[in-house]
Write a protein that binds this ligand. Structure first.
Ligand SMILES: [Zn+2]
Length: 249
């Protein structure tokens, strides 16, 4: 059977979405902060969608309990650094990918010259660190979080409300505490409930918003937070006002 010409283009079906800028996505320099459950799913989607240049930051090592949610990890990876293993396996999904692993905490990252940042973190202090650097360098930031069957995605653009704006109101602070482990930079991080289906949904939404932004379609992005409840199968969008007292503006 003859292979049709359009079937020899890996991204043919994506190119049929007329507003999607596949070439720009492929040429973008991306940062994924966190190579745990959300980070694994986000990088998986990005590689399949043709993203090539991704820096992945994580200081943690792999443990057996990660295996229920992390597509890049294998049973004998215990004790290895998460970011390094994701980088090593990325080529199995997309041979042209150039993943740069950074096996340290995000606070140690010095270069913030990126086109987009995806936050796949598990605590508020790291999120606020990424948020302030993203704002300072005017890089769009897509923050994802899950708690059991619930999750949220917040889109922070170069202007408008940021992650910290939302946290300054008591309502949002309560919401965010549910999705964070520490609530304020303590070293002990209690483990929150997590399973793969909600992780997949949230990471996929993060990558989808990334595709919109890099295709120049910020008019389509979530304004500003999307809450997902997997038990009832519902999603809700919530607009956040810009907070005049927020230090990032
Ligand atoms: Zn703000």
């Amino acid at each position: 059977m003859r292979v049709r010409e359009y079937d020899s283009d890996r991204f043919d079906r994506m190119r049929r979405i007329d507003w999607l800028d596949v070439d720009r996505m492929q040429g973008s320099n991306c940062l994924v902060v966190g190579a745990g459950a959300l980070g694994n799913e986000a990088v998986k989607c990005m590689l399949l969608a043709g993203f090539k240049r991704i820096t992945v930051v994580d200081m943690d090592n792999i443990v057996v309990s990660n295996l229920s949610r992390c597509v890049f990890f294998r049973e004998n990876d215990g004790g290895r650094n998460k970011a390094e293993v994701v980088a090593e396996r990325a080529g199995e999904l997309y041979s042209e990918a150039e993943i740069i692993p950074v096996a340290s905490k995000i606070q140690d990252l010095e270069d913030w010259d990126f086109d987009i940042i995806l936050g796949c973190l598990d605590n508020i202090s790291a999120r606020l660190h990424v948020n302030s650097h993203a704002r300072y360098h005017k890089v769009p930031y897509i923050d994802g979080a899950t708690d059991g069957f619930r999750g949220k995605v917040q889109v922070v653009l170069g202007e408008g409300p940021c992650l910290e704006c939302g946290m300054n109101s008591s309502h949002m602070r309560l919401m965010d505490e549910r999705f964070s482990c520490t609530g304020g930079g303590s070293i002990f991080v209690p483990k929150i409930a997590s399973e793969i289906t909600t992780t997949s949904v949230i990471a996929a939404v993060q990558v989808r918003e990334t595709m919109k932004i890099l295709s120049g379609r910020t008019d389509l992005t979530i304004r500003n937070v999307m809450y997902y409840d997997g038990s009832s199968g519902t999603m809700q969008e919530l607009e956040i006002p810009e907070d005049d007292s927020c230090p990032n503006h």
